[in-house]
Design a protein around this ligand. Structure first.
Ligand SMILES: NC(=O)c1ccc[n+]([C@@H]2O[C@H](COP(=O)([O-])OP(=O)(O)OC[C@H]3O[C@@H](n4cnc5c(N)ncnc54)[C@H](OP(=O)(O)O)[C@@H]3O)[C@@H](O)[C@H]2O)c1
Length: 230
């Protein structure tokens, strides 16, 4: 039987790495929810849409086994990078928080019994990181992580919910940095290195095949022990 996966954020760094891994599973069928669809099977979808509009877009999708909600606002790159604090907070609210919650609510009627929902957190959300970006990402990803824990309880016995919380992953923003800045960031981590998008994709792949319900509500840190969860 095919495993049907519905996913936002597959045009991003982690998303593309996940899609590359998914290809090796001949029994996986991945439906991409994208702002700019490029293949016939893609569904046009923007997480800032209303929940009602999302429900309409998901209408033809049918039943799915996994919802992978990877979409996230990049406040470190242009144009958001230079926007005022409140604008960056609003972007994270619209995409990472409200956007993810609406996606989950719109997709829930499609989720098969014993399905899986995976949301994206951040390894330092609960520990604190100085600076405006640290404050802002902590706000957004901390809220999402807390939401996922309650969602897991709401859906207990019906679906398995995880939060995957990576550290520094070399995706869109990382790729724009000069080597010295990249090395400085790596040196600030205990592990001494960035995570690759494939590191995270590998964990997503493993969670999809992990026995369901045993670890529902858990936050999975992907950072080589750089920040140990409390
Ligand atoms: N990279 C890291 O260091 C890191 C660390 C911790 C957590 N995370 C989280 O992991 C997830 C994936 O990260 P990434 O680094 O792969 O991100 P990325 O390369 O910046 O890609 C972001 C993805 O989100 C999509 N997206 C943004 N706004 C959207 C909207 N309004 N509607 C629909 N899709 C939207 C983008 O689509 P478009 O192609 O249309 O822009 C893209 O697919 C994010 O939630 C991020 O916060 C990343």
């Amino acid at each position: 039987m095919r495993l049907r996966i519905l996913a936002t954020g597959l045009s991003g760094g982690i998303g593309q790495a996940f899609a590359a891994r998914a290809i090796s599973h001949s029994d996986w069928q991945v439906t991409r929810l994208l702002r700019q669809p490029s293949q016939p099977a893609d569904v046009c979808f923007d997480v800032t849409w209303s929940e009602e509009r999302m429900r309409g877009a998901l209408g033809p999708v049918g039943t799915v086994d996994v919802l992978l909600a990877l979409a996230g606002a990049d406040i470190l790159s242009a144009p958001l990078r230079r926007k005022p604090y409140a604008d960056r907070l609003e972007a994270l609210y619209q995409v990472d928080i409200h956007g993810t919650v609406k996606t989950v609510r719109a997709a829930l009627p499609h989720l098969a019994d014993d399905g899986i929902i995976i949301l994206m957190g951040w390894d330092q959300a609960g520990l604190g990181k100085s600076g405006e970006s640290g404050e802002l990402y902590a706000l957004a990803k901390g809220a999402l992580t807390a939401y996922a824990k309650s969602l897991a309880l709401t859906l207990l016995g019906r679906a398995t919910v995880y939060t995957v919380a990576p550290g520094w992953v070399d995706t869109r923003w990382g790729e724009t940095l000069e080597a010295p800045q990249k090395q400085r960031i790596a040196a600030q981590t205990r592990a001494g290195r960035w995570q690759t998008p494939d590191d995270v994709a590998q964990v997503l792949e493993a969670l999809i095949t992990f026995p369901r319900q045993l670890a529902t509500g858990q936050v999975i840190y992907v950072n080589r022990g750089d920040v140990l969860p409390s």
